[in-house]
Design a protein around this ligand. Structure first.
Ligand code: PEP
Ligand code: MG
Length: 593
């Protein structure tokens, strides 16, 4: 039995067989003695033959499900498998430098990359992703028992727990979550995308474990205890009994249906709006069940990583067609009516766009560039994708209460350009005889520059949504996926609270609605302080809504406004936390007496 400690991000305890998923393997170089050279070369050949069989299998499966166009991606990879510059070149390095096969193959990839990076043609440059995929596969095959991400996902069954080095958004979109009992990742912090997802699915999860994907072997029995922030490998009887005893208790604490409708109300009668953050249209049911008044944030990214045979043929495989998107938006608007649905336009970065399908994973650069060409910036740089999304949205608008929101906005020019594109799409539809309804256009306040210029931005938009997940990380310069600095990611840092107040005030002065959709709102204690800061609209993971409703019913907004006035002047997050804790303890004590 071995215990690994990380950050519990979604409560509950489950046991299952480990499926290991590794995307970014660190390759070590070691010397191979002369007597082992032949063995090393055989490993390399065996890895190639295994890759060939896997690719042939995947190609025929994909051809069946998604048509021959997509399947042809794997023809290219099969051809590369026999390229003299790949495996034979790696074999040459093994022989000449007496190095291990993993390192040799990685080295060959670096040589390839350098060549690809110099190619001006963007199509050819993107083929680097194919090579990266293939090299990833060869490296996985050198570790027996280790699956590639695609194969690992296929191995999942109802008895599985998923152990990954990192769960990237494109991968998350491909997982059949009904088959995952729980998951654990090496990377991550509380606001990591997959952590947010785990909470909404109510799947126990622990992140920030550093090396779980290395320590745990495929098929090993593992207990994931999200409540205790632990992963237990080869658990004893007692731990297993605890896991099996609790499995069925994980039902949402939503309470009776009549208590779940309409706004939440504080003890002194202030109405607080609770909307839901969702990632997939299927989450709508959870949002409604939890009593959300509307969808405050629909992260539309999965529409870019999804693909249907016809869109693959038409758009080179990048995202769903206008009609397919229209159907999805329409379904959500009708499903949530009369509540509003706020669709955030695509918030991906350039690297995530590079290869959204095939294996659904971008071998090298998925996490790089999160401050780069991303969100609205990328939509403006790729107008052909943005236009399709906007047209689909505007067409769907008449089926409910739609709001369009631009992510990752740092300045007014981008907003004007984004709005211009909305107007253009609307004019096109009008010319075609289908004038769309007027749709409110808002922005996420999630970059410090936007918070600082919230007064200027407020004149240009119809609403604000404060995205504290990104705002905190950029305000404090703490990467939210990096476990090493996760304790510096402080929602209560005075700088963060001041930025929230700035955005809230600017919205109030401009008389536009403002809500807050970061994970911060899912924590009932932080939520009470946010109410104290004057916010009355929130959007959160559906599972957090019932608890938020209960917590709000117990506080007086007036008391927390007084508290907020006191704490914004305090120098550290710890000081603020102490005051907040004292206020909440006072509430509990008050109830006891
Ligand atoms: C945010 O940044 O607060 C947010 C809600 O968006 P995401 O977590 O999708 O970046
Ligand atoms: Mg964000």
């Amino acid at each position: 039995m071995q215990r690994l400690t990380g950050i519990g991000v979604s409560p509950g305890i489950v046991a299952g067989r480990a499926v290991i998923l590794i995307q970014r393997e660190q390759v070590l170089r070691y010397h191979v003695p002369a007597s082992r050279l032949d063995h090393e070369l055989e490993r390399l050949q065996a890895s190639r033959e295994r890759a060939r069989q896997q690719l042939i299998g995947i190609r025929s499966g994909v051809a069946e499900r998604r048509g021959p166009d997509i399947a042809s991606i794997f023809d290219a990879q099969l051809l590369m498998l026999d390229d003299p510059m790949l495996v034979p070149r790696a074999a040459e390095l093994v022989r000449q430098q007496r190095v291990n096969a993993e390192w040799a193959i990685q080295r060959v990839f670096q040589e390839f990359s350098a060549v690809f990076d110099e190619i001006a043609d963007p199509y050819l440059r993107e083929r680097k992703g194919d090579v990266a995929d293939l090299v990833g596969r060869l490296k996985m095959n050198l570790r027996p028992g280790m699956a590639t991400p695609r194969d690992a996902l296929r191995e999942l069954d109802e008895a599985s727990v998923l152990i990954a080095d990192e769960l990237t958004p494109s991968l998350v979109a491909q997982i059949d979550w009904t088959r995952v009992r729980g998951f654990a990742t090496d990377a991550g912090s509380r606001t990591y995308h997959s952590a947010i997802l785990a909470r909404s699915l109510e799947v126990p999860a622990v992140v920030g474990l550093y090396d779980a994907s290395r320590v745990i072997q495929p098929g090993q029995l593992v207990v994931i205890d999200g409540s205790a922030s632990e992963v237990i490998v080869d658990p004893g009887e007692e731990v297993l009994a605890r896991a099996s005893g609790q499995r069925d208790d994980r039902t949402p604490a939503a309470g009776p249906a009549h208590e779940r409708r309409g706004p939440a109300v504080t003890a002194d009668g202030v109405q607080i709006r609770l909307d839901a953050n969702i990632e997939f249209p299927d989450d709508l049911a959870a949002a409604r069940y939890a009593g959300a008044e509307g969808i405050g944030l629909f992260r539309s990214e999965f529409l870019l990583t999804s693909v249907t045979p016809e869109t693959a043929a038409v758009g080179g495989g990048l995202g769903l067609s206008e009609d397919a998107q229209y159907e999805i938006y329409r379904g959500m608007l009708e499903g949530m009516a009369p509540g509003p649905v706020t669709v955030r336009t695509f918030d991906v970065d350039e690297d995530q766009l590079a290869r959204p399908l095939a294996d659904g994973w971008v071998a090298d650069a998925e996490r790089a560039g999160r401050q780069g060409l991303r969100g609205l910036r990328l939509s403006l740089a790729r107008p052909e994708l943005f236009r399709v999304q906007l047209r689909a949205l505007l067409r769907a608008a008449r089926h409910g209460q739609l709001r369009i929101m631009f992510p990752f906005v740092s300045g007014v020019e981008q907003i004007r350009e984004g709005r211009r594109m909305v107007e253009e799409a609307a004019a096109e539809l009008t010319r075609g005889g289908h004038p769309p309804a007027r749709v409110p256009i808002g922005v996420m306040i999630e970059i410090p520059a936007a918070a600082y210029t919230a007064d200027l931005i407020a004149r240009e938009v119809d609403f604000f949504t404060i995205g504290t997940n990104d705002l905190i990380q950029y305000c404090l310069a703490v990467d939210r996926a990096d476990a090493r600095v996760s304790d510096m990611y402080e929602p209560l840092h005075p700088a963060v609270l001041r930025m929230i107040v700035m955005a809230r005030r600017a919205a109030t002065r401009a008389r536009i609605p403002v809500s807050l959709c970061g994970e911060m709102a899912s924590d009932p204690a932080l939520l009470t302080l946010l109410v104290g800061l004057g916010l009355t609209d929130f959007s959160m993971t559906p599972a957090a809504i019932p608890t938020a409703r209960k917590a709000l019913a117990e506080i007086r907004a007036e008391d927390f406004r007084a508290l907020a006035r006191r704490v914004v002047g305090l120098p550290t997050a710890q000081d603020i936390q102490r005051e907040l804790d004292a206020a909440l303890d006072g509430l509990v004590a008050g109830k006891k007496t």
